[in-house]
Write a protein that binds this ligand. Structure first.
Ligand SMILES: Cc1ncc(COP(=O)(O)O)c(C=O)c1O
Length: 383
């Protein structure tokens, strides 16, 4: 089989063996419905509550503030839509670089005339302009939700959550942050950095797909987002994804236990890759903040050339898996809204390489070698 190098870990990561092993009993012998009162049900219920306790402890939350969902999309929809329907929020301040699940949730509420929406300006890294945010917050007493992501999934740029949290507190605004790319990769503590809603998705930190959580600060009172049975303490009906929940908690526990070594390993490979690519192609540059950034994401802007349109496909054929933007928009012809927000020239090609704890130096060397071939083939076609 030809070699493959997977560099699309911001889209999703492989499930760790230990996670799979923790999950398996809940797909086989421990299959009970957690709502059932018999022994099989109680065993599953205990595992779910253990997982909830673990997740809560890893972010400094109370157990009652964690609700399991189907992933980041659902958590973000729930926070934004319930803040408006149940908490009297009449204005949303957001940024033009949010993930589609936030962007489209806000647009939906606006199209229904349920909220006023103010856009905060972003800089060339897609990070919010805090002076502008303060101006917007100070300009109105309308009950407001600020929804701005912790780290951008396309560019990697990461904001200062303490600053964002302090600003929202100063003006009495609720704060939701899409933390899907940072949970399991950076320490997060909701005691030290108050936040009203945050989201997590297991598949971004070596857990299974289709399972996530939402943290809801106990001061926020919302109604069920999905109606039905009384699961998730009446907040989210439907039989729980018990194996997924156990897998999420295990993956998050391992991610935080090994945070330091994984951060060091991945950061050094990202820096190595950055240098290799820039020396291979001096006209390339890095999109995203040079320091305040996800250590997993390297978004490179390649100069215009005949290779540009087919770059991601050419890399795939050469055995390298990458994205052109977020997974949801890969394959789309047009430049992503995030690249548009930072004014990325449309004739250049942005490629997101995203690394994991499994990535090796040999993987990077192979990817850069294949990239060299693609870039030089482009030059060849030109000449
Ligand atoms: C920043 C961000 N938010 C939300 C999501 C959506 O998460 P999920 O795929 O678990 O629904 C993603 C996943 O791509 C993401 O990167």
């Amino acid at each position: 089989m030809s070699r493959r190098v997977y560099l699309d870990n911001a889209a999703t990561t492989p499930v760790r063996q230990e996670v799979l092993e923790a999950m398996l009993p809940f797909l086989t012998s421990n299959f009970g419905n957690p709502s059932s009162i018999h022994q099989e049900g109680r065993t599953t219920r205990a595992a779910i509550e253990g997982a909830r306790k673990l997740v809560a402890s890893l972010i400094g939350a109370s157990t009652g503030e964690i609700f399991f969902t189907s992933g980041g999309t659902e958590s973000n929809n729930m926070a934004i839509k319930c803040a408006v329907s149940d908490m009297g929020v009449k204005r949303i301040i957001t940024s033009p670089a949010e993930h589609h699940c936030v962007k489209h949730s806000v647009e939906h509420l606006k199209s229904m005339d349920m909220v006023q929406v103010d856009m905060v300006k972003v800089d060339q890294y897609a990070l919010p302009d805090f002076d502008h945010l303060e101006e917007l917050l100070a300009a109105s007493d309308t009950p407001t939700l600020v929804t701005i992501m912790h780290a951008n999934n396309e560019l990697g740029s990461m904001l200062d959550m303490h600053q964002l949290s302090a600003l929202c507190k100063k003006y009495g605004a609720y704060l939701h942050s899409d933390t899907v790319q940072t949970v399991g990769h950076f320490p997060i503590n909701v005691q030290q950095t108050p936040i009203d809603f945050m989201s997590g998705a297991a598949h971004k930190f070596y857990g299974p797909k289709g399972i996530g959580f939402i943290y809801i600060n106990s001061r926020c009172h919302i109604h069920p987002f999905i109606d039905g049975g009384s699961q998730e303490r009446n907040m989210r009906a439907g039989t729980e994804n018990s194996s997924g929940i156990v897998g999420l908690a295990k993956a998050m526990q391992l991610a935080y236990a090994e945070l330091e070594e994984d951060t060091a390993h991945i950061s050094s490979l990202k820096e190595y890759m950055r240098q290799e690519i820039l020396s291979l192609c001096p006209e390339a540059y890095i999109n995203g903040h040079p320091e305040n950034s996800l250590y997993t994401v390297l978004n490179v802007s390649f100069p215009p050339g005949p290779y540009a349109d087919l770059m991601i496909m050419s890399l795939d054929i050469a055995g390298i898996s990458v994205s052109g933007g977020s997974a949801c928009s890969s394959g789309a012809e047009s430049q992503s809204h995030v690249l548009n927000a930072i004014g990325h020239p449309t004739d250049r090609k942005a490629v997101r390489f995203s690394l994991s704890r499994n990535t090796t130096r040999e993987d990077i060397d192979y990817a850069v070698e294949q990239l060299a071939g693609i870039l030089s083939a482009g030059v060849h076609v030109l000449s």
